[in-house]
Design a protein around this ligand. Structure first.
Ligand code: CTP
Ligand code: MG
Length: 171
């Protein structure tokens, strides 16, 4: 039986890392305002240094708290869960920026919806976490659940953030 609650707890640092930049991001762009040789922005206005840093920091704090209060069996010891959360947060923000890089190369403007947006940051976070977790985490039912939930939640949270006035566009 898949431990769905465990999977949700496992994914919280990813969701925190992905959400916080919407609230606290801004300032200098991660690509320093530079264009790629194709004439489009390297990453664009939606990726800022502060957003990246607060995403990694917020996700790491979430991972640290969860390691203290909700030890998960996929990590053999709590300190692995602690560092796993930090790596997942870093993976989330790296995957998020990589997604923007791909979007810009395809000529999709900042903030426009794109299917990969939803899954790439999760794929990166899971890949980064792989160093610390038991391989059993990556069973097919677990992966289906994690990607399925994220694909459903991502548009929903974006829509809510837009309604709350936190995000300019509802995706
Ligand atoms: N954000 C940020 N820095 C980051 C990531 C996100 O400041 N590294 C903030 C930006 O204000 C961004 C918002 O969070 O507009 C939403 O993030 P996201 O949906 O990932 O960016 P988009 O604006 O949609 O841009 P892109 O098309 O490049 O994904
Ligand atoms: Mg977006």
């Amino acid at each position: 039986m898949t431990d769905f609650l465990g999977l949700i707890i496992f994914m919280l640092p990813i969701y925190v890392a992905n959400s916080i930049p919407v609230l606290l991001g801004g300032g200098m762009r991660l690509d320093l305002g530079k264009d790629f040789p194709d004439g489009r922005p390297v990453l664009g206005e939606g990726k800022t240094i502060r957003g990246f840093v607060v995403g990694v920091a917020g996700g790491s704090v979430a991972g640290g708290l969860l390691a203290l209060y909700y030890p998960l069996a996929w990590f053999s010891i709590p300190s692995l869960q602690f560092w796993g959360g930090a790596l997942m947060a870093l993976g989330t923000m790296t995957g998020d920026a990589f997604g923007s890089f791909i979007k810009r190369r395809l000529g999709i403007e900042s903030g426009r919806p794109f299917l990969l947006d939803t899954a790439l940051f999760l794929a990166f976070a899971l890949a980064f976490a792989a160093v610390f977790v038991a391989p059993s985490l990556y069973s097919l039912p677990n992966l289906v659940f994690m990607f399925g939930l994220t694909i459903v939640l991502h548009p929903a949270t974006n829509f809510i953030a837009n309604r709350l006035g936190l995000k300019k566009v509802p995706w």
